[in-house]
Write a protein that binds this ligand. Structure first.
Ligand SMILES: Nc1ncnc2c1ncn2[C@@H]1O[C@H](COP(=O)(O)OP(=O)(O)O)[C@@H](O)[C@H]1O
Ligand SMILES: Cc1ncc(COP(=O)(O)O)c(C=O)c1O
Length: 271
């Protein structure tokens, strides 16, 4: 039994990152900083290698077992969906979301593209996200390259990103934020938020730091956290952008090419 002094419980369904930059490690760190109790269903293990990311999926039955155990033990207040490496896992997670007894925020981060390696998601996986998960989402959070792969459009400026947002909204998700981040040209890191009620660009100065592994995971986990705390979608996304900006600024260098975000940087700013 949870009383009102205990933290709300949220779940991430995600992969484990061997360097803890992204994946469930970033999600749990974010939930913790934002005073939520985080659970994780592990879908896969991502081992970061010098020029590759080796992703090993776990069997779907094991994913199902974890979800059942978590739902039996806790009242879940929100769910974030990260890396699901197989169509079978996407279908299973969609079925599980549909049977949840209450309507809770569901943030879907379609992890199809990684900073650590050049990848092109399998068409079947892309289609499964579009068909199965997006219609169940409160918000979807593709990065620029993922939005290109999901829409088949070249996204090079504000107009094309806005058009892609409209196309993604047609999938049935309640809202979409396309992360221009470091990939969209210009001095600002711009993200485009589109809801049923309107749209806006969220901007922050583009940091030159390479310590942004985990930025996307942290951003989407922070959106979920702020939604669970009762904020509007617009407020949740704006606050998440500030949270991730601080996390990149204070990131941890691994080598000249890459480093991880650090969610703990936000302690300095919280009251
Ligand atoms: N260099 C940067 N400077 C400032 N913000 C950034 C930078 N890179 C990414 N971001 C922000 O971090 C969040 C995650 O974006 P991104 O790194 O593109 O996602 P992903 O990790 O999915 O590729 C977005 O809010 C984006 O604008
Ligand atoms: C398991 C897993 N999920 C997601 C990601 C994506 O991380 P990012 O937030 O940098 O997009 C990674 C990156 O290494 C990962 O290993």
């Amino acid at each position: 039994m949870q009383n009102k002094n205990q933290p709300a419980v949220v779940l991430t369904i995600a992969g484990a990152d061997s360097l803890s930059g992204g994946g469930l490690q970033a999600d749990l760190a974010t939930f913790n900083e934002l005073k939520l109790y985080g659970l994780a269903t592990v879908t896969s293990i991502a081992a970061v290698q010098p020029d590759n990311l080796k992703i090993t999926p776990l069997p779907a039955t094991l994913v199902q077992d974890q979800l059942q155990s978590q739902q039996a033990a806790f009242q879940l207040r929100g769910v974030k969906i990260g890396l699901l490496p197989t169509v079978e896992q996407v279908e299973l997670v969609a079925t599980w979301i549909k049977q949840l007894p209450e309507k809770i925020p569901v943030v879907v981060d379609p992890v199809l593209v990684f900073k650590e390696a050049q990848t092109d998601a399998a068409v079947g996986l892309r289609d499964a996200y579009l068909r199965e998960l997006f219609p169940l989402a409160t918000i979807i959070t593709p990065n620029l390259t993922e939005a290109m792969q999901l829409t088949g459009q070249a996204l090079v400026n504000e107009q094309t990103v806005a058009r892609a947002g409209q196309a993604l909204l047609q999938t049935g998700t309640q809202s979409v934020v396309i992360k221009g981040g470091h990939r969209l040209a210009g001095p600002m890191a711009k993200d485009y938020l589109l809801t049923q009620d309107g749209n806006q660009w969220l901007t922050s100065p583009k940091l030159t730091s390479n310590n942004n592994n985990g930025a996307g995971c942290t951003f989407s986990a922070a959106i979920l956290s702020y939604l669970v705390q009762g904020n509007s979608l617009e407020t949740a996304v704006a606050q998440a952008k500030t949270f991730v900006q601080h996390a990149i600024e204070a990131g941890l260098t691994i080598n000249e090419q890459q480093g991880n975000v650090w969610q703990g940087a936000n302690r300095e700013y919280s009251s």
